[in-house]
Design a protein around this ligand. Structure first.
Ligand SMILES: Cc1cc2nc3c(=O)[nH]c(=O)nc-3n(C[C@H](O)[C@H](O)[C@H](O)COP(=O)(O)OP(=O)(O)OC[C@H]3O[C@@H](n4cnc5c(N)ncnc54)[C@H](O)[C@@H]3O)c2cc1C
Length: 376
């Protein structure tokens, strides 16, 4: 015997929620009414740098969220959640609507953590939201159309900083020019083995992608100002200075991890409010922190779907343990990639071929499910 219908609002069309849509029939059978609140377009991060480098056309990394939701009979509200009233169990949406919920699941990804002075229009290009990368690419192409290889500074020495620097260099190379790209990093990178990073740095250096220590603190026309008082030539400043949870997560008034993500237990529920669940970059399973990567949301999706259905049937909730080793592959913008899994790594064309196969498989699977006719 099913309980009364439970309304579950899925906030954000992140990796996990896109896959949960496929379970909509099972959710309804369990007495759960799923509703999706998310912007109309999903920008798939696995192909973001391929589009930035010009290796793939811009539309290749996009997914029509409304079409996918419609395919599985899920009501989609094309908006963002701006605020939440947990006492009243109501969500306030960016389009002014209010929406009641019985349970709410957040899969809203992350935003770039960059200094307040560097967020102004035209000052710097944050790597997230990914929708902003189209503007960065256009600005770069304006320079290239004048036959100029602009001086590009990418602030951030993490894998995203390296990947974005290599992608921008790839776009310059595709225009027949020599890249002038500088990775500005706070400290020596340690996100891969010293040998892997050494090989990567040497390969990038041969293409005109150099590295230096420092921190971006401000902008002047043609220059980036550094925290230590120095300045560097810079036509385009890109901020890859780390990812953090969107502000709405802190506004929930629930326990957070040290880095500001929503702390959840293995059932993906907040310990402070079991009607609030979260997955992906915006959350962390207490005791099992992981870096931002789409794969964790993908793996969590079936557990999340099970647990949302259990809210309708009263069944026991399942637990999720994120994997302790995972594959990540950087697209280096020149037909090569760097694959990393634990301390094992591989640099070359094979790594990128594998990445393309996995990423195109993921996004094309969803596009086909949404009814889109795939041309290539
Ligand atoms: C340039 C770049 C390249 C990357 N490449 C890779 C890669 O190759 N592989 C990889 O695993 N990771 C990569 N990452 C990291 C990756 O972006 C994230 O780890 C991953 O997207 C997180 O997935 P998610 O499911 O948590 O959320 P996301 O995929 O970020 O999706 C969250 C969704 O929620 C929506 N949203 C946000 N706020 C709200 C709101 N308030 N209300 C409603 N909806 C909202 C967003 O529009 C977005 O569609 C890359 C990151 C960058 C910046």
């Amino acid at each position: 015997m099913l309980r009364a219908r439970v309304r579950v609002v899925l906030v954000g069309a992140g990796h996990a929620h896109l896959l949960v849509l496929k379970h909509a029939g099972a959710l309804r059978a369990a007495g759960v009414e799923p509703i999706l609140v998310a912007p109309p377009t999903f920008h798939y991060s696995g192909l973001a740098t391929a589009v930035l480098s010009g290796a793939l056309p811009p539309g290749r990394a996009l997914l029509d969220v409304g079409a996918l939701a419609a395919r599985y009979g899920v009501r989609h509200l094309p908006a963002e959640v701006a605020a939440i009233d947990r006492q009243a169990r109501r969500l306030h949406l960016s389009d002014g609507q209010d929406l009641a919920y019985d349970a709410v699941s957040f899969n809203i990804g992350s935003v770039t953590a960059c200094g307040g002075d560097l967020q102004g229009e035209g000052e710097a290009w944050p790597v997230k939201p990914l929708s902003g990368l189209a503007g960065l690419r256009r600005r770069l192409e304006d320079h290239l159309a004048d036959g100029v290889s602009p001086s590009i500074v990418v602030a951030g020495g993490g894998p995203t900083g390296f990947e974005v620097a290599a992608a921008l260099a790839g776009r310059v190379e595709r225009a027949g020019l020599s890249p002038r790209v500088l990775i500005l990093r706070r400290s020596m990178p340690d996100w891969a083995s010293a040998r892997a990073l050494g090989r990567l740095s040497a390969a990038l250096q041969r293409r005109g992608i150099l590295q230096t220590s420092g921190e971006a603190a401000g902008r002047r026309p043609g220059e980036v100002l550094l925290l230590d008082g120095g300045a560097l030539p810079c036509d385009l400043l890109v901020m890859a200075t780390g990812l953090q949870a969107p502000a709405v997560i802190a506004d929930l008034g629930l326990p957070l991890s040290q880095d500001g993500r929503l702390a959840v237990g293995p059932t993906l529920q907040s310990p402070g409010d079991p009607t609030v669940l979260a997955v992906g970059d915006c959350a962390v399973i207490t005791g099992s922190p992981r870096p931002p990567a789409g794969v964790f949301g993908v793996r969590a999706a079936p557990i999340l779907a099970h647990n949302l259905a259990a809210l309708g049937t009263g069944a026991r909730l399942a637990t999720f343990a994120p994997q302790s080793r995972w594959l990540s592959i950087l697209d280096l913008g020149d037909g090569t990639g760097l694959a990393l899994r634990g301390r094992v790594w591989s640099l070359g064309r094979g790594a990128l071929m594998l990445k393309r196969r996995l990423d195109l498989g993921f996004v094309d699977g969803l596009r086909a499910a949404s009814g889109e006719v795939l041309e290539d």
